[in-house]
Design a protein around this ligand. Sequence first.
Ligand code: DI6
Ligand code: FE
Length: 397
Amino acid sequence: MLLTHANLATFGANAPYGLVPDGAIWMVGACIQWIGRMEDVPRQARDGESMDLCGRLITPGLVDCHTHIVHAGNRAREFELRLGGATYEEVARSGGGINSTVSATREASEEDLLGSALSRVDALIAEGVTTIEIKSGYGLNIDSEIKMLRVARRIARDRSVRVVTSFLGAHAIPGEYAGRPDAYVDEVCLPALAVAADAGLVDAVDGFCEGIAFSKEQIRKVFEAAKTLGLPVKLHAEQLSNLGGTRLAAEFGALSSDHLEYATEVDVIAMARAGMVAVLLPGAFYFLRETKLPPIDTFRKHGVGMALATDCNPGSSPMTSPLLVMNMACTLFRMTPEEALAGMTLHGAQALGLSDCGKLYAGARADLAIWDVEHPAELAYRLGFNPLHKRVFAGAV
Ligand code: DI6
Ligand code: FE
């Protein structure tokens, strides 16, 4: 299949967005065989099927590299409480917060979890997403963590989307272990990780390093276990305070550190040295009405790639719109529309350790988003409008 007369956002160094005007993409099987200007299309490519895109924009398929999209119930009541003055941390400490989603998720059947997750996944797909990272972390016992990860794998079978899983057993301390986080790590988190990894359900290991969650020492234990299993790590760090989680993650050569509102230049330098990606989550920043901005200029200064993601979860970011994330990254974080698009494609893929997607080049997977826009800045510019024309997943339109 040959896609013709499209503007291509390749992120090459030649132009802003790596924009190739009046370009073409030749797909063979699940891959991009050739990409370039219309006048250079190879002869064999012209012999097969083709689709005229009449000047539309092609970007890499979007990558949502941080989601908690598998969960049961919702936290609208907690939203009301917070608007009435309670803080996110107060709600969490009074037994609400993450633990209320844990109760709902433990009770839900695998079918129900799958059904509710698919409706959210469909919203992402409708905006051009082709790769989704999905975390566990609302089970917090062995069976329920496994259940969540099985649902994540089933999503990839039920929809034309690529799923990358993260084990997030160190997300919160469940009620039955209140005040005993070390016992939880030893008796539940580490054994659950071993079982899940053995079942092939884990692509990476995540944690939440925060006053309301786990200390650096507890996360270190989880990371040591990941290392023994040969799994890459990443961390929710520096979201509500600075506990040094990012520097710990850097020590383990993590893929990314996520949230990062309270990260310092020392943290950013450690990330740059370790080749980590900064995963920024403007939806959570907005929804929790945070005021401390992540150090965007410092990431730029040290060349740390900035990825963007929905953080889709019921407590701090109940959102399923990558385009709105891009808009928020520009309006709230002052990222440029070009950085926002790279954040949802190129750097999102990097944050997952994937090199075959997130960028348009010969040899990459043919995961594409085709947009009814003239200029890529329009993707971050509009609110509540979806200009997706078509989505291509593994070469299938
Ligand atoms: N940080 C977040 O933003 C989500 N998890 C985390 O560690 C929030 C999860 C929730 O509130 O349910
Ligand atoms: Fe998160």
